[in-house]
Design a protein around this ligand. Structure first.
Ligand code: PMV
Length: 329
């Protein structure tokens, strides 16, 4: 049964906000330690938050929690990030935390490494602003989404919320923000989901532990991932899309050595290469979740999608990033 705001089910919602999933092309994990990452929006998967006018305190209606979120003490950990962002957004608008229900409708799978929580947070802030006839500035959106992500995950790098909020290919460095990328050629990718939820928090902690116990080698691997991200930026900027294939392969090797891949992801990556892909790697936090595969064109996307499904992928998406001609266009 879906959400019903009033006895009069025909009452329209006040407003809504949406945001896309994100896809990390290069630099996951390394970005947590200050190295660059490259990410794209994935508009085929979208989070939407619908704002309804309802009596009483501010409420959330979501797959993880349904109930009042006006008071911090009443909110379970699973919804704390969204609750904090919602209250802060209302405070920034000079509005009290009541009279609204925020309904989350998202087709971004949770735990797949596609930035589900950031997409929902960005959509929620947009919905709240839209409910008062406003549009958040990019800065406000990023601050509020980052606040939600910090509450939910501890120490997010910010790459997820930037990619989702900006909605364009970016190169992101923690503390320096995002640079929009120019892409003279379109980029054809396939994303395949292992079907097992990833464990980003665990994987991030495992890399941090490795950095303490085997610091020189781990730092070298993170630096190498940062260099691979810079090489992706250069190749994309030069229109040499095929050159990023070997960079994907090298990154998957480094990520596996860091302990954030697993047998299921390695098997999907191997299946992609066997099917002729130019390169493949895990994407996002790892230890479950998804891989991203480089294809040459739409026909190869189809072929790889079929091969990955046969190899056991639970879901596959063809992701085509169109050309981006001008900065900020
Ligand atoms: O698994 P996701 O979609 O949350 O992506 C995590 C990306 C990491 O680099 C592993 C963590 C981060 O905060 O950047």
């Amino acid at each position: 049964m879906g959400f019903q705001a009033n006895a009069d089910a025909s009452a329209p919602p006040l407003a809504q906000g949406s945001a896309p999933a994100k896809l990390i092309l290069m630099g996951e994990h390394a970005v947590v330690h200050g190295f660059p990452a490259v990410a794209l929006p994935m508009p085929a998967l979208e989070a939407t938050v619908v704002a309804w006018q309802t009596p009483g305190p501010l409420r959330l209606h979501s797959p993880v929690f349904t109930g009042p979120i006006a008071e911090a003490a009443a909110v379970p950990a699973s919804a704390r990030g969204l609750a904090v962002a919602a209250r802060q957004a209302l405070a920034m608008l000079g509005r009290p935390a009541d009279g609204l229900t925020l309904e989350v409708r998202s087709d971004v799978p949770m735990g797949a490494g596609l930035g589900s929580s950031a997409a929902v947070a960005v959509a929620l802030v947009r919905a709240i602003y839209a409910a008062f006839g406003r549009t958040p500035t990019e800065e406000a959106l990023l601050v509020l989404a980052h606040r939600a992500e910090t509450e939910a995950h501890g120490t997010p790098s910010g790459v997820d919320s930037h990619a989702s909020a900006i909605g364009q290919p970016i190169c992101y460095v923690q503390g320096h923000g995002a640079r929009r990328l120019v892409l003279p050629k379109p980029l054809h990718l396939v994303v395949a989901d292992s079907g097992r939820p990833g464990h980003t928090g665990e994987a991030v902690s495992a890399v941090a532990a490795r950095l303490r116990s085997d610091s020189t080698r781990t730092r070298e691997r993170l630096e190498r991932l940062g260099q691979l991200a810079e090489a992706v930026v250069r190749s994309l900027g030069a229109g040499q899309v095929e050159a990023i294939g070997p960079l994907f392969d090298a990154a998957h090797g480094e990520l596996a050595e860091l302990g954030v891949s697993d047998a299921g992801l390695d098997a999907l990556v191997a299946a992609a290469r066997l099917a002729g892909a130019r390169g493949a790697k895990l994407t996002g936090g790892g230890r479950g979740g998804c891989i991203v595969v480089l294809a040459t064109d739409a026909a190869e996307q189809d072929r790889l999608a079929i091969a990955l499904t046969k190899a056991g992928a639970a879901r596959v998406w063809r992701v085509t990033q169109p050309q981006v001609k001008d900065m900020g266009s």
